[in-house]
Each structure stands twice: as structure tokens, then as C-alpha cells.
Design a protein around this ligand. Structure first.
Ligand SMILES: Cc1cc2nc3c(=O)[nH]c(=O)nc-3n(C[C@H](O)[C@H](O)[C@H](O)COP(=O)(O)OP(=O)(O)OC[C@H]3O[C@@H](n4cnc5c(N)ncnc54)[C@H](O)[C@@H]3O)c2cc1C
Ligand SMILES: NC(=O)c1ccc[n+]([C@@H]2O[C@H](COP(=O)([O-])OP(=O)(O)OC[C@H]3O[C@@H](n4cnc5c(N)ncnc54)[C@H](O)[C@@H]3O)[C@@H](O)[C@H]2O)c1
Length: 451
């Protein structure tokens, strides 16, 4: 049995934990796959590299509205894919070498608890004063008859395929469905989205979700309120039997992409044997300071939080590092707001309350919506579909939520995130700062002035 000061499981956001402040600790890290985890290898980063390429294709196709004759001759998928992963793949070896050169023991097999604070890694057993669990999540595979007998993709594999498929059925209508339908649709794949809910991106503000559903339906076949009954092999492709408002239908496609959410990897580390309590959704239970039910064991990232977003995992990694070194001065994330963006077309970004949530919870609110088309830059874009929506507290005049659908949404929302985090009022944000003319931020300013 080997003893360490610190053992970190999972080298996604867990890798960010290690810095000079804890360099003196005798440390081991355990990662059976690639350093960088989901975000770097099969999540945020490669997907956005594909999205930028898809945006370029769509930009060329949409140029006619500006009076530009442009055509897209071909997307060289293999060249795009190899550019993306040619940049990402070499990082693993250098990250492993870097840790080893800095005195960290790197274990490359899965870690499983055999008792509280006793970890089996291959033939070795490791104990430590402090464990940090950053083992992430993985795509959820729904219980659909026949799915176990056909080849299908998840976000883990679809970015590495050899050719752009002629057709694709996408099961799910969330983040991954929205982003990958944009990517493959732009590259020429005929996409059919099967969504069991009434709209795509149902957890977004209902106005944004409705607008996105309408726009996505112009590009792809979108089946709403539809469930997948079964899946079967169909020559080289798949036949997906779905049941929707118009009855049963068999969808035939070259490729199947399953994206119905992600599940935390608590089973892969045997949380039960480690004495770790889980919450009602199967995540590791932790308090606001990211302490688990076992003293000396901390957890961060997708395995513990429900947002499953990289900026949350990054922030948690900084907090856990601080808290394990300064137990007398525990930090939390509770006062921070959790924004997100969906990098589809058009982009979507949100923070805080949705209008339907405010209504459901009986929270009084003011709402203001401003179209990009009402601003000078919106005119330049010839935009007709994008908007900024802000919800505010009628008494305090602080921002309760903000929702943007349109070009640069993920960037435009940042002043509103800032305002929420700092508790600024609508009037402060609207009137005490100048908004550059004629930038798209004027849509944000005008939405605020409408409150
Ligand atoms: C397609 C896609 C796109 C995304 N895009 C975005 C985005 O644009 N913005 C955003 O904020 N978020 C995005 N996300 C979410 C983001 O990737 C995750 O929230 C983030 O990677 C979680 O980090 P983590 O460190 O918790 O887990 P991970 O990055 O998954 O790291 C966990 C690591 O633990 C390892 N591991 C698992 N079990 C064990 C074990 N028993 N022992 C040791 N190691 C183990 C795994 O191999 C893995 O390397 C995206 C996700 C996907 C799938
Ligand atoms: N831009 C980003 O930040 C980004 C991008 C991609 C992924 N992610 C992260 O990855 C997570 C997983 O993404 P996702 O799209 O797989 O999940 P999701 O939770 O965003 O969406 C799941 C979708 O699948 C549908 N669904 C669930 N079960 C179903 C079933 N049995 N049949 C048909 N539809 C079903 C749901 O109605 C929902 O629309 C996201 O929640 C997010 O945290 C983030």
C-alpha cells in the first residue's frame, strides 16, 4: 500500500487543481484515459472548433442576403477533423510528462475504492490524507429496444468519424443535439432530430426555446413530442421507429447520434465502497465547500455539480484547492450565478431565471425584450430573428435573468452576468456605462432601458 498526501482522480478539471501552492505535497494522479478529460478531448474544445467551421460555411451560404454571391464548393471533413485533433491529441503526452517531471506519480488505470480512502489502481493500493474526486460524467445511453445491437454514436465518438454521413437521426433535443445538428447540417448531412419534449432546448427561457425550435425546423427535420420506440440495423445504417403526434414512423439514416444527457461516473470509482454518499440524482453528495461525506475527500466538476459545465468545474477546482489548504477559511460558490451558452446557430446564452421559472415560483418580475433588428449593427447583419431578453426584480431593480439568441450571444451576455454577480441594478448597468456605438451591445443596453 502506498501513501500520499494527495491523490486526485480524473485529469480533466482535476489537472487544474495542481499548482505551485500545493507543489510540496506528495501527490499521485489517476487517469485511465486522456489528460484534459471531456472538455479537451471530446467536449467543449473540439466541438467549438467544428462549430466555428460550420459557422464559416453558413456565413458563406447566408451572404446572399448582403448582396454577395458565394457558394460553398466542399467541406473537406477529414482535413477539418485532422486539424482539430492534430491540435488536441499531442497535448496528452506532454501533460503526462509535465506532471512526472514535476514529481507527481501518474497512474494510468482506473481508480476504484475498496474501502473509504483506500483506492485500488491496477495491482496497487493507494491511501492518502486527501483525495479529490474529479471523475466527471459520460453520455447516458437510454433504454431503447435494439439500441444495444446497432452501431451508434455519442458525443464521445461522433467527432472522429471518417466521413460526413449523408443522413443522421439525432435522439435528444438538448445542448449536444443543437450543436451537432448545426455542425453536420452545415456540412451537408440531412439531420432529423427526435425530441420527446414540445420544443428544443426546453430548459432555456420559453421564448428562446420557441425561437430556436422555429429556426432549427427550417434547417432540419424536427420531430417534437416524439419518442423512440425501437432501433434496428438497416443495411449499413439504422432504422429508428418513432412514435409522435402523427403516429408511428420509421426513420432511416446512415448514422445515429444519441444525446439524451450525461450520467456522473460514480460507478466507475465505486462510490459505495468508498463510503461516499450520493444525492438524489446520483451525483456525489458534497456540501457548499465541496467536502464529501468522507472527511478528507473532496469532489468537483460533473461528478458533483448538476450544471455539467466546464466553467463551473474550473471554478470548483480553484475552490477545492483553496479549501483543502485553508480548511479554516472555506470558500463556496453559492453566491455566484451560473451562466451557459449553446454554440449552435444562432448562438444562445443565458444566466439566471427563465420567465417560466419566475412564473412557476411566483417570483414578481419585469421583462424587456429587444430585437437585434432595432439596433444599427442588427441592421448591418440584416438580422430578423435575434433578441436580448432581461428579467428584473421590480422592487430591487436587480437582474433576475438574461437570455440572448443571436450572433455573439455568449459574448454579449457577459455584462449582464457581471451585473448579477455584483448585485448591480438595471439602472446602474444601463446608465452608468457607455455602450459602444454601433456595436451589438446596444441591444443589451436597449433591453435594460426597457425595464
Ligand atoms: C460535446 C460536449 C460539448 C461541451 N461543450 C461545453 C461548452 O461549450 N462549455 C462548457 O462549459 N461545457 C461544455 N461541456 C461540458 C464539459 O465538457 C464538462 O462540464 C467538463 O468537461 C467536466 O469536467 P470534469 O473535470 O468534471 O470531468 P471530465 O472532463 O469528464 O474529466 C473526468 C476524468 O475522470 C476520468 N475518470 C473517470 N473515472 C475515473 C476513475 N474511476 N478513476 C480515475 N479517473 C477516472 C475520466 O477518464 C476523465 O478524464 C461539453 C460537454 C460535451 C460532451
Ligand atoms: N455549450 C455547452 O456548454 C455544452 C455543449 C454540449 C454539452 N454540454 C453539457 O453536456 C450535457 C449533456 O448534453 P446533452 O445534449 O446530451 O443533454 P441535455 O441534458 O442538454 O439534453 C438532453 C435532451 O434529451 C432529451 N431526452 C432525454 N431522454 C430522452 C429519451 N429517452 N429519448 C429522447 N429524448 C430524450 C431531453 O428532453 C433533452 O432535450 C449538457 O447538459 C451540458 O451540461 C454543454
Amino acid at each position: 500500500m502506498r501513501h500520499y498526501d494527495l491523490v486526485v482522480l480524473g485529469m480533466g478539471s482535476g489537472n487544474m487543481l495542481l499548482d505551485d501552492e500545493i507543489a510540496h505535497l506528495r501527490t499521485a494522479v489517476v487517469e485511465p484515459d486522456r489528460f484534459g478529460g471531456t472538455c479537451l478531448n471530446r467536449g467543449c474544445i473540439p466541438s467549438k472548433m467544428f462549430v466555428v467551421t460550420a459557422d464559416a460555411v453558413e456565413g458563406a451560404r447566408a451572404a446572399a442576403r448582403l448582396g454577395v454571391d458565394a457558394t460553398v464548393d466542399r467541406v473537406d471533413w477529414k482535413a477539418v477533423r485532422d486539424r482539430v485533433f492534430g491540435r488536441i491529441d499531442p497535448l496528452h503526452d506532454s501533460a503526462v510528462n509535465y506532471r512526472r517531471e514535476h514529481g507527481v506519480d501518474v497512474y494510468t488505470e482506473e481508480g476504484r475504492f475498496v474501502a473509504p480512502k483506500v483506492l485500488q489502481v491496477g495491482a496497487e493500493q493507494l491511501t492518502a490524507d486527501t483525495f479529490v474526486l474529479a471523475v466527471g460524467s459520460r453520455p447516458l445511453v437510454p433504454d431503447v429496444p435494439g439500441l444495444d445491437a446497432v452501431p451508434f454514436h455519442t458525443s464521445d465518438t461522433v467527432m472522429r468519424i471518417d466521413d460526413v454521413p449523408s443522413s443522421m437521426v439525432v435522439i435528444g433535443g438538448g445542448f449536444v443535439a443543437a450543436e451537432f445538428s448545426h455542425v453536420f447540417g452545415s456540412f451537408g448531412t440531412g439531420v432529423t432530430i427526435v425530441q420527446r419534449g414540445p420544443r428544443l432546448l426546453t430548459s432555456e427561457d420559453e421564448q428562446v426555446s420557441a425561437r430556436f425550435t422555429e429556426l432549427a425546423s427550417r434547417r432540419h427535420r424536427v420531430l417534437l413530442d416524439t419518442v423512440v420506440a425501437s432501433v434496428a440495423q438497416d443495411g449499413g445504417g439504422v432504422a429508428v421507429t418513432v412514435n409522435g403526434p402523427d403516429g408511428d414512423e420509421v426513420l432511416r439514416a446512415a448514422t445515429l447520434l444519441v444525446c439524451v444527457g450525461r450520467r456522473p461516473n460514480t460507478d466507475r470509482l465505486d462510490a459505495a465502497a468508498g463510503g461516499l454518499e450520493l444525492d438524489e440524482h446520483g451525483h456525489i453528495a458534497a456540501d457548499e465547500a465541496y467536502r464529501t461525506s468522507v472527511p478528507g475527500v473532496w469532489a468537483l466538476g460533473d461528478v458533483v455539480n448538476h450544471f455539467q459545465l466546464k466553467h463551473m468545474a474550473n471554478a470548483e477546482s480553484r475552490i477545492v484547492r483553496h479549501n483543502m489548504v485553508h480548511p479554516e477559511d472555506l470558500r463556496t460558490l453559492t453566491n455566484r450565478v451560473a451562466p451557459h451558452a449553446v454554440f449552435t446557430s444562432p448562438q444562445i446564452a443565458a444566466v439566471g431565471l427563465t420567465e417560466q421559472e419566475a412564473r412557476r415560483r411566483g417570483i414578481p418580475y419585469l421583462a424587456s425584450v429587444r430585437d437585434y433588428a432595432d439596433t444599427a449593427y442588427g441592421w448591418a447583419l440584416e438580422d430578423t430573428t435575434s433578441f436580448v431578453k432581461v428579467l428584473a426584480d421590480p422592487r430591487e431593480r436587480t437582474i433576475l435573468g438574461a437570455h440572448i439568441i443571436g450572433p455573439q450571444a455568449a459574448t454579449l451576455i457577459q455584462p449582464l452576468i457581471q451585473a448579477m454577480a455584483l448585485g448591480q441594478t438595471v439602472d446602474q448597468v444601463a446608465r452608468e456605462a457607455l455602450y459602444i456605438h454601433p456595436a451589438l451591445t446596444e441591444a443589451v443596453e436597449q433591453a435594460l432601458l426597457g425595464l
